[in-house]
Design a binder for this molecule. Structure first.
Ligand code: SF4
Ligand code: SF4
Length: 353
C-alpha cells in the first residue's frame, strides 16, 4: 500500500472511531450495524466498510461534525476514497491498476479501436455498401459461431479475473472465513431490493440534502436493464421476437437510468465530494443509446453502424470490467455477505447460554 493510501485508511479509521462513539446515524445503512460490533478499525475493517457504504450521503447531512468543525467528518467521501484503494489493492493483474484512474479515456479509446477493427472486418467481408445500400441481417454480418465464441470467451475472461479479485478481497476482509450459503442468499436479497439505497426510509440524500428515491430507481434501472440485455444475448441466435423486445426494454431501462445518474452526478453537492460527471454512467449511456438506435433502424442498412457501436461499447465494458468501477458489484456483494455473516455470528454469541 502506498503512503498516501495508508494515510487515507488512517483518516477513515479516525472518522469511524468518532462515529462509533456518536452513533447518531444508526439505521441509515448496514455500515452502522457493522461499526457497532467493532471497537477499532483495522485496514481490513475500513476496506470492508468502504464497500458496504453505498454513498447515499444521508450521514453527511445528518452530521453536526462535518467541516469546518474540527472533527471534519465526511463519511461518504472517505469511504469512496477507501473503496478506490480496495479496487487498486486487489485488482488483477496489478499492471492494469492505472486504468482505475483513467477509466473514461481508456473506455472511449478502446471502444473506438474495437469499432475500427469491426468496421475493417465488415467492410473487408461485405463491402462498404452495407452501411447505406444493402441491409444485412445479424447472422450474415457475423456468423453466429464467431459471435458466440467471442461472447463466451469474454464472459470467461471477466469471470475468471473477477473470481481472483473477489477471492483476494474476501480473504482480506473476512480474514479467511468460509462463505456461508445462508448469508449469500440474504446478501443477494439486499442487492436486488437495493436495501442500502433506502437510507433507512428516507432514500438517498443525493444529489443534495433532501432524501429521495431517484438514485435507487435509476440504479435499479441500469442494473436490471443490463441483466435483461445480458440474458437476452445469452440465447442468441435462438431468439424469438419476445427476446428482441426484451433486449430493447433492457436498453431503454439503461438509458433512463444512466441519464438520471449522469444528471444527478452533475448536480451533486460539491461540499460532499468534488467529483464531477460520472464517466461510468457515461459508458452506460453510450451502450444504451447505441442499443436503442440499432433497433430503431432495423431493417435498414443504417442499423449496421449502430450495431457495431453497440458491440464495441459492450466489448469495451467487459474488457475493462476487472480494472474499472465494474469491480464494485463483486466487492460490494462480498461485503454484504460478510456483514450478514458477522451479524449472525454476533447474534449467536449474544444468545449463547
Ligand atoms: S456521521 Fe456524524 S452524526 Fe453520524 S455517526 Fe458519525 S459523527 Fe455521528
Ligand atoms: S451508505 Fe450512506 S449512510 Fe451509509 S455510510 Fe455510506 S453515505 Fe453514510
Amino acid at each position: 500500500m502506498l503512503q498516501q493510501e495508508k494515510d487515507i485508511i488512517a483518516e477513515a479509521a479516525r472518522q469511524l472511531t468518532i462515529c462509533n462513539a456518536c452513533r447518531y446515524c444508526e439505521g441509515y445503512c448496514d455500515v452502522w450495524d457493522a461499526i457497532e460490533i467493532r471497537r477499532e478499525f483495522s485496514p481490513h475493517d475500513v476496506l470492508h466498510l468502504a464497500n458496504l457504504c453505498h454513498d447515499c450521503r444521508d450521514c453527511f447531512y445528518a452530521c453536526p461534525y462535518i467541516p469546518p468543525h474540527e472533527f471534519a467528518i465526511n463519511i461518504p467521501k472517505i469511504m469512496k476514497e477507501s473503496r478506490m484503494i480496495s479496487y487498486k489493492q486487489f485488482v488483477f493483474p496489478k499492471a492494469f491498476r492505472w486504468i482505475l484512474d483513467r477509466f473514461a479515456q481508456t473506455y472511449f479509446i478502446l471502444t473506438f479501436l474495437i469499432f475500427l477493427a469491426l468496421m475493417t472486418y465488415v467492410v473487408f467481408l461485405h463491402g462498404a455498401t452495407i452501411f447505406y445500400k444493402s441491409y444485412l441481417p445479424m447472422q450474415l454480418l457475423f456468423p453466429p459461431y464467431i459471435f458466440l465464441l467471442l461472447e463466451y470467451s469474454m464472459y470467461a475472461y471477466v469471470f475468471i479475473l473477477w473470481y481472483i479479485e473477489g477471492s483476494k478481497y474476501w480473504k482480506y476482509i473476512s480474514k479467511g472465513a468460509k462463505v456461508e450459503i445462508k448469508s449469500v442468499f440474504k446478501a443477494l436479497g439486499d442487492v436486488f431490493l437495493h436495501k442500502n439505497f433506502r437510507g433507512g426510509g428516507t432514500g438517498c440524500a443525493y444529489p443534495y440534502d433532501k432524501g429521495n428515491y431517484f438514485r435507487l430507481v435509476a440504479h435499479a434501472l441500469v442494473m436490471f436493464g443490463f441483466i435483461i440485455d445480458w440474458v437476452g444475448i445469452l440465447f442468441y441466435p435462438f431468439v424469438s421476437l419476445s427476446f428482441i423486445l426484451l433486449y430493447l426494454l433492457g436498453s431503454l431501462m439503461m438509458f433512463a437510468g444512466s441519464v438520471t445518474l449522469l444528471i444527478m452526478s452533475g448536480l451533486a453537492d460539491k461540499n460532499v465530494d468534488t467529483e464531477g460527471i460520472s464517466s461510468f454512467s457515461g459508458a452506460f449511456l453510450l451502450l444504451s443509446v447505441s442499443g436503442i438506435l440499432f433497433f430503431l433502424f432495423l431493417p435498414t442498412p443504417t442499423w449496421t453502424i449502430f450495431f457495431l457501436i453497440r458491440v464495441s461499447s459492450v466489448g469495451s465494458i467487459f474488457l475493462l470490467a476487472p480494472f474499472s468501477k465494474f469491480i464494485h458489484p463483486i466487492f460490494r456483494f462480498l461485503s454484504l455477505v460478510w456483514n450478514r455473516q458477522e451479524l449472525a455470528m454476533q447474534q449467536k454469541v449474544m444468545h449463547a447460554p
